[in-house]
Design a protein around this ligand. Sequence first.
Ligand code: VG1
Length: 558
Amino acid sequence: LNVENVKTNAFGDQKPGTSGLRKAVKVFQQPNYTENFVQSILSSLGDKLQGSTLIVGGDGRFYCKEAVDKIIKICAANKVSKLFVGQNGILSTPAVSALIRTHKATGAIILTASHNPGGPDKDFGIKFNVSNGGPAPDGVTNAIFELSKTLSSYSIVPNLKVDISKCGSQVFTVGDQKFEVEVIDSVEHYVSYMKEIFDFNALKALIKGDITGKPFSILINCLHGVTGPYAKQIFVKELGAPSDSVVNAVPLEDFGGHHPDPNLTYAADLVNAMKAGEYDFGAAFDGDGVRNMILGKKAFFVTPSDSLAVLAANLDCIPYSKQSGVKGFARSMPTGAAVDRVGKKLGKDVYEVPTGWKYFGNLMDAGKLSLCGEESFGTGSDHIREKDGVWAALAWLSVIASLKKSVEEILKDHWATYGRNYFTRYDYENCESDPCNKMMAELETLVTSEAFKGKELSSNGRKYVVKLCDNFQFTDLIDGSVATKQGIRVLFEDGSRIVYRLSGTGSSGATVRVYIESYEPKEYTGEPQVVLKPLISLALELARLQEFTGRDKPTVIT
Ligand code: VG1
């Protein structure tokens, strides 16, 4: 087989965002667009490219198969020695992370736009993960972007034909080099890893009813994302839950026309099904299997910041974590600070990093972290270097089996011990970009001005005194790299705070996120929207949100 060098023109817009390059499918379908980006990823590997092993797979969304085919042909031409490819191109992102680590691969190319909707008129994405299993850090994504801006040709083996529908190894000769593609079962490796991490016998006993005296019924909604086959295998086949406990388990190219995003708005089906009180535990996952939403009986909602704190406080319930020892914890900056209180009590360090899983990797590699999470329904541990939805559900079941309490009881006990960090997030999706950029600029000028220091603000009869305002900046403790402009923070003397960010995962327009948090040491039974009302009004007024976005209410409230 022969390598062809194809002339191309560079695209100026291939800058990866919070988690990879995400654009409308139509953008990726432009001639050479996907090829250019894949070549830029490979070229960024420099000396490590020749002879490398890479993992390739995706969440099965529209355009995945075409992209996998292109990637195989471009890797072959770039002297990669071996590719592990998920059967039919399917691999969840956590499964990829685990595979990179097991096979000591140089990295992985993951085809996903995660929680963004899919289909011919929706989004696609390409994400590069590095040798620790985690998303490429800024240094790598910046290098890829720089290469993409001046790319003038890419290399491809146009006549290479690989059947990715059957597992097994296929070896080709490209020029004078050997090139191997091993098609692997999409779920096997991940499932066996979960069996090492968790006590499946205990979880099985919980579901059967041997632990609490009655069957513990679960409802898992995969939102037609990639987790369906993983969840069926784990919750039904391994743990013995009835087969109808895993729903929307067939991965669809367009996720059935919905957003595969497990929150109260886009996973309303799960919320409604749980309301009747028939199930003890509910979980939903996103497109590529990284996010999770946890619900208790009657749809009792566990806000992700609390989920992180509860898991931190009970990490010993997971055999893997108990054995490897619980190190520190971490959260992204906008995530509620409930976990900080757990860290303080247990004498563990808690790190605060910018939004995006790539910022946790170095700390984990340095052995400083066992568990981390984001308010955006992301939770994960150092078993891999990605957030992991199915892991989070299994972690929660492990805590329940061990404490022998319901989700609601666990939360109430937690709040009684630590107090409660009330948290909410308002998202304004798909707004016009220019006014949103202007809003952020004006807000930053306002809150960082001299006049704003120590200022007393009042809203709905409550007073807040400004303690500190800035645009969050982060210096990586391990490699010293600096990330600037990670979100405008308005912190008050009483510990409450408001954070504003523009999303870095959208494919068009701007999405404004406003994060609002307050701490109540004793009053923990309140309704977050009621408790936080004064701060919410203040947040919207300060930014003049309605004026700039033209929206009188958010698209999604968490
Ligand atoms: C969002 C979330 C962030 C998360 C990212 C990727 O980013 O806020 O916490 O890490 O999505 O999640 P942004 O820039 O849109 O706020 V996923 O599920 O798409 O991998």
